[in-house]
Design a protein around this ligand. Structure first.
Ligand code: SF4
Ligand code: SF4
Length: 264
């Protein structure tokens, strides 16, 4: 499959630690990327100079304590274009014009080169293309969606169940349907800062392994939601800091909008 990190219309920096901070709102992360990009823009293209510029601007401490202390936050992730529609590694040779400066970051060049997140093995090319098209030019949304395969599949299944047909790439040529489906993926924007759901239907176990979460409906004295699969992926559990009823209503409304606009 075409790597998910940099595609024609989408870019991701999740594994560089982009979302690993308490305030991972779109506004906060844009400001973070602004600061990093500006701080490194005029640094000489050597590893030592890059590291010194990052230290001088205190980029390593930007954002406070990480949510997941075991996941590194790299200060070398920034904007690759003036429109702030593409993010990526400011130390990559394709960005610096030749020098590989990734050793000045949280890992080393070999580690950065070798890593591919599990979505590369799980998403089909068609699913990846749908996510890319729906999140085009919006790195914040693309990063949280493309790394959450169960969410992507639950959303597409939810629409297919209502429409009686699976969502195909050709359907996105209907702008109103594409807009409605993008809004469904945009449920990730409704989550409280620092809450579960941004990272999918898992939380780290004692050894860092992914442990599935569940919504404890019995404890809430209510029946499981028919939209449980999607709600689980967005962390719609009051213990996760999110409002289950409000998110359930949002899921219902956004699925209905997809159905109304589905180009049959
Ligand atoms: S999280 Fe996955 S898609 Fe995103 S930059 Fe890392 S490897 Fe690429
Ligand atoms: S140096 Fe590695 S971890 Fe840092 S931004 Fe570049 S690719 Fe990501």
């Amino acid at each position: 499959m075409t790597p998910l990190c940099q595609r024609g219309a989408a870019s991701c920096g999740a594994c560089c630690g982009l979302y690993n901070r308490r305030d991972h709102s779109r506004r906060a992360l844009s400001a973070l990327l602004d600061r990093r990009t500006a701080a490194l823009a005029h640094a000489p293209r050597t590893e030592a100079a890059f590291a010194a510029a990052a230290t001088a601007a205190d980029l390593g401490a930007d954002g406070g304590d990480p949510l997941f202390p075991t996941v590194r936050v790299c200060p070398l992730l920034g904007w690759l274009d003036g429109d702030r529609s593409r993010l990526g590694c400011l130390a990559h040779p394709a960005v610096t014009g030749g020098a590989d400066l990734r050793g000045a970051g949280a890992y080393d060049a070999a580690t950065c080169d070798a890593f591919l997140c599990p979505s590369h093995a799980w998403l089909s090319e068609e699913e990846a293309g749908l996510v890319e098209a729906l999140c085009a030019g919006d790195p914040w949304l693309y990063g949280v969606v493309v790394t959450d395969v169960p969410f992507v599949r639950a959303a597409l299944r939810g629409v297919a169940a209502l429409a009686g047909a699976r969502v195909e790439p050709r359907h996105l040529s209907a702008p109103r349907f594409a807009g409605a489906l993008r809004e469904l993926l945009g449920l990730k924007e409704e989550l409280r800062p620092g809450s579960d759901g941004l990272y999918g239907a898992f939380r780290p176990g004692a050894g860092g392994e992914p442990v599935p979460r569940t919504i404890d409906y019995a404890a809430l004295s209510r029946r499981p939601s028919p939209h449980d699969e999607i709600l689980l992926c967005v962390g719609a559990d009051p213990r996760s800091g999110n409002d289950l009823d409000a998110l359930e209503e949002q899921v219902r409304a956004r699925l209905d909008a997809c159905l109304v606009e589905f180009p049959g």
